[in-house]
Design a binder for this molecule. Structure first.
Ligand SMILES: C[S@@+](CC[C@H](N)C(=O)[O-])C[C@H]1O[C@@H](n2cnc3c(N)ncnc32)[C@H](O)[C@@H]1O
Length: 247
């Protein structure tokens, strides 16, 4: 059964995820950085570095699609690649509104455009982007394979896809420490700050149920990506997955 944020509602996972992110959007950035001790920022930077070094010579994509862009932090990190255009898409209007404000304040709204859009029905033509990126988004998809397949469709031949997502540490004592933290401390802080009692219970539950490591790579390859690579971060608390679309 799908892991959803609001178990007592009979709406779809997609609707519940959008509702949850709308509800926590004012506190999302703050909670992200507090709950991860700021490591989420380093993970996004590392993922962009891996995108750059995914090809020889270093890859500098001119058009980038940031799926599940939320408040746009991954899109902002991708500016380091000096692209011509970054489009961020998300299903939560609340997250997008905060992201658009952020882009204006930083004076980058002509490069980063934030649009409403569903990862499983991307409003773009085939082969449109040099790179497709997504951080902490794929775990929330209603249908993971469908989302990844659509990401593959809009990547141009020769293009690269980078996925950054939470994963499950497997080694003692990180596995036990992380499990304790994510089941007790994280939901407590999340509930108090965001006032949404479900959102930060859904987070560890959805991470645990998510196929990570080699299991993710299998689905990534089924979606069409080749030369795939898994890079575990911080004892496996998060992972980067690189995939290529053959030229
Ligand atoms: C945890 S946030 C990540 C935001 C941002 N990428 C970051 O690194 O902070 C997950 C985002 O995925 C979005 N999302 C979930 N399912 C989606 C879908 N099917 N299509 C587009 N966005 C989706 C949510 O609305 C939310 O903004």
């Amino acid at each position: 059964m799908a892991v959803v944020p609001y178990k007592d509602k009979d709406t779809s996972k997609r609707e519940q995820v959008a509702e949850m992110f709308d509800s926590i959007s004012p506190k999302y950035d703050l909670l992200n950085h507090v709950l991860s001790g700021g490591i989420d920022i380093l993970w996004r930077k590392r993922a962009i570095r891996e995108l750059r070094s995914s090809k020889t010579p270093a890859y500098s994509p001119k058009t980038i699609l940031d799926i599940a862009t939320g408040t746009g932090d991954f899109a902002l990190e991708a500016l380091a690649l000096k692209p011509r255009k970054i489009i961020g898409v998300d299903i939560s209007e609340g997250m997008l509104a905060i992201g658009r404000d952020k882009m204006k304040k930083r004076g980058v709204e002509s490069i980063i455009e934030m649009r409403s859009g569903d990862s499983e029905r991307l409003p773009f033509t085939d082969n449109e982007f040099d790179a497709v990126i997504v951080s902490f988004g794929v775990r929330n998809f209603e249908n993971l394979l469908k989302g990844l397949t659509d990401m593959y469709r809009v990547t141009r031949p020769g293009g690269v896809c980078v996925v950054l997502e939470f994963s499950n540490p497997r080694q003692f004592p990180f596995k036990q420490l992380y499990s304790f933290y994510s089941r007790t401390i994280l939901p407590l802080i999340g509930r108090v700050v965001s006032k949404d009692s479900s959102a930060y219970t859904y987070l560890p539950e959805s991470v645990q149920a998510f196929p990570d490591g080699p299991d993710f790579l299998r689905i990534y390859e089924t979606a069409g990506f080749t030369n795939t690579k898994w890079i575990p971060l911080t004892f496996g608390v998060a992972s980067i997955y690189i995939g290529h679309k053959l030229a």
